[in-house]
Ligand binder design. Structure first.
Ligand code: MCA
Ligand code: AMP
Length: 494
């Protein structure tokens, strides 16, 4: 058995509230019976251990029961997003080759996109199910964008997920008395493992918001003890707060100050935002650094000194180095690449032995993040080594993937995508396009967003499109993105 499933098995009779969501509320007992129903149906449906199961549901009880059910069945959950258009779901499903899919009733019309026989989780009768799964087996595959045009499937084992949930529940002292307000998407590690599984590990209650709705989050904060977010969410909450009258602002400040813990991750939290949160609540958000492939690597302490502008110190069991260009440990204060090793580090990329091999050096996972370590061990992230990886609103985006989608446009002869610093999104996506000679098509930002929306999730669409005569290229034909930025009068990257 696995540590996480073991713990959940002990909660199979727990009357405590597990979830409060749009599609209902349930106790741990009810949640685990529903998850057992999913696991049983998958096994009855012929699922073999290690086979992939696509998961396409709105956030809610059905999503969580489906996810836990796949884990219990010995299958590998592949969470897809209702935000993704048909072309993206089809492309990810072609890569994942799921044996079965679990598609929520409200999304039934999309079941065929997964290319697998679909079960509706709401229709499966609850039942007791005893998992027979080993820690070393795969539990989940998450698609993550990278330095290639196509997202890669990152494979996480039961050990990875158990370790991550246990580490964070300990570090953040999460208990059954906590209530986590959860508004993160459920197709990335932050929403799934860092937030949801950490809370379930501790028998806490999770309020799953159907989406991030600023007004609603302010309303619901007063009944929560824990809030986990990306920096853009803090920015959005302040935008909404600033639009309120004095009385409302005071009442919201009281609600936020009542939280036991507010965390920030997935992208750099600007120091100004952290300070505004401190003015409002008395404490800066607890900022931590994570990655799909490693879970949370470093975090500021719950009780000790939180240093704004840093992501804190490595968590227990996480070995973290900052490595200089010569491959040795960088001196304190000197920049280098963050490399990580330990039981939370993933098992590799699905059917991409080449990419997996390239991601490790001597057993250490190479994050592609540049950072310094100070003498007290605090990690300060300076940026990413690749110009082709952007972070917008906490989502990792591949410039190459967006370029590929825009290149399908008949009037676009050439295209390059760059990220530009932005107070709301962290980075804003700017596409420079070269018009095909003789074409008269509309290449405005709006027109290109509409064109690309059929191929890409809305959060990957360019915020801005600029038509240029040509792209600066070097002798090998590679686009010079720093020169392009300068030509567009865009600021250099941080
Ligand atoms: C929404 N839009 C975006 C983004 N989000 N555009 C660019 N980047 C985005 N991130 C688009 C919408 O489609 C819409 O377009 C317009 O912007 C305004 O949308 P709105 O609904 O107002 O946005 P929002 O709901 O406020 O969305 C912001 C958000 C969302 C809630 C912050 O981006 C989000 O959920 N981000 C979380 C990502 C995340 O979980 N990352 C974790 C990766 P239109 O106007 O055309 O309709 S895991 C990770 O990084 C590691 C493990 C870690 O350390 O955590
Ligand atoms: P993802 O691949 O979506 O899991 O995103 C992981 C990446 O998010 C990391 O490699 C970092 O570049 C970035 N990231 C996560 N947390 C932070 C943080 N607190 N500060 C800066 N960057 C972060």
């Amino acid at each position: 058995m696995t540590a996480l499933l073991d713990r959940l098995a002990t909660l199979a009779r727990s009357p405590r509230p597990a979830l409060v969501a749009e599609d209902g509320a349930c106790t741990y007992e009810a949640l685990l019976a529903r998850a057992g129903g999913v696991a049983g149906a998958l096994v009855d449906g012929g699922l073999t251990p290690g086979a992939r199961v696509a998961l396409l549901c709105e956030p809610g009880v059905a999503w969580v029961a489906s996810f836990l059910g796949v884990m219990m069945s010995g299958g590998v959950a592949v969470p897809l997003s209702p935000l993704h258009p048909e072309a993206e779901i089809r492309a990810l499903s072609r890569d994942a080759e799921p044996s079965l899919s679990l598609v929520g009733a409200s999304l039934a019309a999309r079941a065929a996109w997964t290319g697998a026989p679909a079960l509706a989780p709401e229709a499966l009768p609850p039942r007791a199910f005893e998992p027979r799964v080993d820690e070393r087996e795969l539990a989940m595959m998450l698609y993550t964008s990278g330095t290639t045009g196509r997202p890669k499937g990152a494979l996480l084992t039961h050990t990875n997920l158990s370790t991550q949930a246990g580490l964070l529940a300990d570090a953040w002292e999460v208990t059954r008395d906590d209530r986590l307000l959860h508004a993160l998407p459920l197709h990335h590690l932050h929403g799934i493992s860092i937030a949801l599984l950490t809370a379930l590990w501790a028998e806490a209650t999770v309020e799953l918001a159907p989406r991030f709705d600023r007004r609603r989050i302010w309303e619901r904060l007063s009944s929560a003890t824990v809030w986990m977010a990306v920096p853009t969410m803090y920015h959005r909450l302040f935008e909404d707060l600033d639009a309120q009258g004095a009385d409302e602002r005071r009442s919201r400040a009281r609600a936020a100050a009542g939280l036991r813990l507010a965390t920030s991750g997935s992208a750099a939290l600007p120091v100004g935002l952290a300070e505004r949160w401190r003015e409002l609540t008395g404490a800066v958000p607890l900022e931590r650094f994570g990655m799909t492939e490693i879970g949370v690597g470093a975090a500021n302490p719950l009780r000790g000194e939180r240093r704004p502008g840093t992501v804190g110190v490595p968590l227990p069991t996480v070995s973290l180095r900052v490595v200089d260009e010569q491959g040795g440990d960088a001196a304190p204060g000197e920049p280098g690449e963050i490399r990580v090793r330990g039981p939370s580090v993933f098992a590799g990329y699905f059917r991409r032995g080449d990419a997996t091999a390239a991601a490790f050096a001597d057993g250490w996972f190479c994050t592609g993040d540049t950072a310094t370590l100070d003498p007290a061990g605090y990690v300060k992230i300076l940026g990413r080594t690749s110009v082709d990886i952007l972070k917008s609103g906490g989502y990792k985006l591949s410039a190459l993937e967006i370029e590929e989608a825009l290149r399908q446009h008949p009037a676009i002869a050439d295209v390059a995508v760059v990220g530009v610093e932005d107070p709301r999104w962290g980075e804003r996506v700017v596409a420079a396009v070269v018009r095909r000679p003789g074409s008269e098509a509309d290449l405005s930002t709006q027109a290109l967003r509409e064109f690309a929306a059929a191929r890409l999730a809305p959060y990957k669409l360019p915020h801005e499109a600029r038509v240029v005569d040509e792209l600066p290229r070097n002798a090998l034909g590679k686009v010079q993105k720093p020169a392009l930025r300068a030509a567009l009068s865009l600021p250099a990257r941080g």
